[in-house]
Design a protein around this ligand. Structure first.
Ligand code: FAD
Length: 286
């Protein structure tokens, strides 16, 4: 497939017109970020074919694809929050590209993507075997590229919007003083959609971090017992202004929001009610 692939550069300044143009969509209306500009780069040969080394099951419908990163791969350097496009082999060739955030920490010998199984493409991801080939382009994006410079951060995830924050936490947990205060508020429709809870629990001991899990359908005692959680907090309901204010101090904080368009519309309204300025909000839309 040829044509132009749109990738984002980490810039708050517009890029000169002759080099590129500001584009606020990657696929029909998605991926619009107030502080990002997009640079068009040629797509031919802009991919690598990587080998699946394992698939990890995170929960009933969530899995992680682990791919080897060969010596000299373009995935040697990337930043937490960046995403790739994946294309899979079918009998009649390669599939259309779908976007997934890199969920592991940069610098590891592998790259991983974590996906929820819910459609035609993720059906194929779900059935990948060790040794399968995946066409990977990227890394793209600048979401979270400024997070390391902040003292106080609030990360708000909706559903699979947790993936960039997993990468952030996995990368920065080895630098305990990086944040004076970091809060993760993760909303899901139901309690069974949360995963990696023992890991999130452990970050509390590594860095100035706390996490709140918010489920629209209430948590039952069995969910809380299952993970023997010690530091995570649990709440029922939506990511409302009242709930956000209860768990996060927005004064002096940069706020990072990742999730579906619907989730973002709601959360951005709630943040406005909390008095958070637009300029302190960074978004990535799935
Ligand atoms: C920057 C970015 C990062 C993302 N990161 C993650 C992540 O880490 N984990 C995760 O689970 N999801 C992530 N997503 C969402 C993920 O790309 C889609 O949920 C997934 O591609 C849909 O595949 P499916 O098999 O569920 O749906 P399909 O059955 O393949 O398609 C469902 C619907 O999606 C639309 N669609 C068609 N073509 C595409 C396409 N090329 N890409 C996306 N949608 C299409 C169509 O409306 C179609 O009916 C990310 C999306 C973006 C934009």
């Amino acid at each position: 497939m040829c044509g132009q692939m749109i990738t984002r550069v980490a810039s708050r300044q517009p890029i000169p017109d002759e080099q590129c143009k500001v584009v606020d969509t990657v696929r029909g209306g998605a991926l619009c970020s107030a502080d990002s500009y997009y640079l068009e780069v040629p797509m031919q040969n802009a991919f690598e074919v990587l080998t699946v080394s394992a698939i990890k099951r995170e929960s009933a419908d969530i899995g992680t694809v682990i791919m080897e990163r060969p010596e000299g791969s373009g995935f040697g350097t990337w930043m937490p929050g960046q995403f790739v496009s994946l294309s899979l082999q079918k009998d009649d060739g390669w599939t259309k590209q779908h976007y997934f955030t890199l969920s592991n920490a940069p610098g590891e010998a592998v790259i991983t993507v974590t996906f929820r199984h819910k459609g035609e493409f993720t059906d194929l991801l779900e059935t990948l075997d060790t040794g399968a080939k995946v066409r990977v382009s990227g890394p793209f994006g600048s979401f979270c590229s400024t997070i390391a410079g902040q003292r106080s951060v609030v990360m708000i995830a909706g559903g699979m919007g947790i993936t960039p924050f997993l990468s952030v936490l996995r990368y920065y947990c080895s630098k305990p003083d990086i944040f004076e205060n970091a809060v993760l508020i993760w909303g899901n429709n139901d309690p069974d959609s949360f995963f990696a809870l023992p890991e999130l629990d452990a970050y509390h001991f590594w860095m100035n971090f706390s996490a709140v899990l918010v489920s629209e359908h209430p948590f039952q005692p069995k969910h809380l017992k299952k993970h023997r959680i010690t530091t995570l907090q649990f709440a029922d309901g939506l990511l409302s202004a009242e709930l956000l204010k209860r768990h996060a101090d927005f004064k002096g904080s940069e706020v990072f929001v990742c999730g579906s368009q619907q989730m973002q519309t709601y959360v951005l309204e709630q943040l406005q009610m909390c008095g958070v300025e637009q300029q302190n909000i960074h978004t990535e839309q799935f």
